[in-house]
Design a protein around this ligand. Structure first.
Ligand SMILES: C[S@@+](CC[C@H](N)C(=O)[O-])C[C@H]1O[C@@H](n2cnc3c(N)ncnc32)[C@H](O)[C@@H]1O
Length: 259
């Protein structure tokens, strides 16, 4: 198979939010990476005993999959991505437009984890409304910049799923850009980070996008360098089957506290 040489402008040139949603978020089942993430996120939020005044999802892409469990625990949620077309795709869902992506299967799965029993369609509708209410800003961001939002800003909770690892195939750049991302977390705040594990690239339709080939040890070092307390750090590598052909065969999940 032909592998394109890495193109640093690949997101500017070849990204299509609809193709990404079709490839990774349109199954009629819950992919095993999603199961692993949501189980840990729900357990963390239930047991941590914290709420978060301000949260941000950095590199959210055209997705809201991380927001279902968060919505009851955050005062406001900001969504940030490098590409305006991803933010417009999310806006369609926020406005409940007819062409918007349907996240119901994902939302129902999370609600059932929370309730530990089946939930009704009206419970899904109620949570969707809450998720939409909590989003108070959509922002452009670039993790290559020392200030990814173009201004100094901090949040009590920083989420980032498959973003920095998918932005470069250089581990040195990944280290530096993780440092930039983690400046967004306030002292005493928390971060929830998902990354592919030891992946080289991922496929969307006919295009290949980069992966930084990082693992749990790299994640621990990046967190340490950014001032995250190792004693309060949960970092786990989880094997994944669903995407082994297209992207990765394992992921790293980190739920960590700064300071
Ligand atoms: C693999 S997608 C992940 C999307 C979403 N978080 C998810 O969980 O499916 C990678 C995302 O990183 C974003 N991205 C790429 N380069 C970036 C950069 N320099 N700064 C911020 N986001 C970037 C892309 O626009 C894309 O939305």
């Amino acid at each position: 198979m032909k592998i394109n040489a890495y193109n640093p402008n690949i997101y500017d040139q070849q990204w299509n939010p609809q193709e990404y949603l079709r490839q990774y978020y349109s199954q009629d089942f819950i992919p095993d990476d999603e199961e692993a993430i949501q189980q840990r996120l729900v357990a963390f939020l239930k047991h941590t005993g914290r709420t978060f005044a301000r949260a941000i999802d950095v590199g959210c892409g055209p997705t809201v999959h991380m927001h279902t469990s968060l919505a009851p625990y955050v005062g406001e949620l900001h969504l940030a991505d490098y590409l305006p077309e991803n933010l417009s795709t999310i806006e369609q869902w926020l406005r409940d437009e007819p062409d918007a992506h349907n996240w119901d299967i994902n939302i129902k799965y999370v609600l059932e984890l929370e309730a530990e029993s089946p939930v009704s369609d009206s419970a899904v509708e109620t949570r969707k409304q809450l998720m939409r209410q909590k989003v108070t800003a959509l922002k452009r961001c670039d993790v290559r910049q020392a200030q990814p939002l173009g201004e100094s800003a901090v949040y009590d909770l920083v989420l980032s799923a498959y973003c920095v690892d998918a932005a470069t195939n250089s581990k040195d750049e990944w280290r530096q850009w993780m440092g930039n991302l983690l400046t967004l977390c306030a002292e005493g705040g928390m971060a929830v980070l998902l990354s592919s594990n030891k992946a080289q690239r991922y496929q969307v339709a006919d295009n290949f996008f980069p992966e930084a080939n990082v693992d749990e040890t790299d994640m621990a070092a990046a967190l340490d360098a950014a001032g995250f307390n190792q004693r309060r750090t949960m970092i786990e590598t989880v094997p994944i089957k669903t995407w082994e052909e297209l992207a990765f065969n394992s992921i790293v999940i980190a739920i960590v506290e700064k300071g």
